[in-house]
Design a protein around this ligand. Structure first.
Ligand code: CMP
Length: 140
């Protein structure tokens, strides 16, 4: 079993899509190990997106992810990182395949509905930023 982290972004939260998005993962068979609504500080957002530091869209990304509440969740299931990345679809919602979460619920690039860890290493780093009090080895 593998774990991954998702963040339902402020655009989707404000549009009332939390339930729709979470239910897709439940129906797919993922177990929800953590689920929390939170408002990221600027510092947390900069840490969370540190791999993108220096890119021209970094400032917009940090502005956007701190613009309203997000819902972060830890999901567990077989091949979770890859399976969830496939479910969310291409980064640019406007070209994401219909049937994927971005392809069904959005058209934005920065405001692209949802984030998911792209590797087990990213998952561990992102957990540290968003769920610092969760002991990965001994909880769940
Ligand atoms: P996410 O999966 O959260 O990871 C990094 C985010 O950066 C990505 O989703 C997009 O929201 C954003 N992003 C990636 N590429 C671009 C780009 N070219 N312009 C603006 N935002 C981008």
């Amino acid at each position: 079993m593998e774990r991954t982290l998702i963040v339902i972004k402020p655009d989707a939260v404000s549009r009332g899509l939390i339930g729709e998005v979470i239910s897709r993962f439940e129906r797919r068979g993922f177990r929800i190990l953590e689920l929390r609504m939170m408002r990221l500080t600027r510092e947390q957002a900069e840490d969370f997106y540190s791999p993108h530091k220096g890119k021209r869209f970094f400032g917009d990304l940090v502005d956007f992810i701190t613009s309203g509440p997000v819902v972060a969740a830890v999901l567990e299931g077989r091949n979770a990182v890859e399976a969830v990345r496939t479910m969310i679809g291409s980064t640019d919602s406007a070209v994401a395949a219909p049937g994927s979460i971005r392809g069904d619920y959005g058209l934005g690039l920065t405001d692209n509905v949802i984030h998911a860890s792209d590797s087990p290493e990213s998952f561990r780093r992102e957990m540290f930023v968003l769920f610092p009090s969760v002991d990965m080895e001994n909880s769940f």
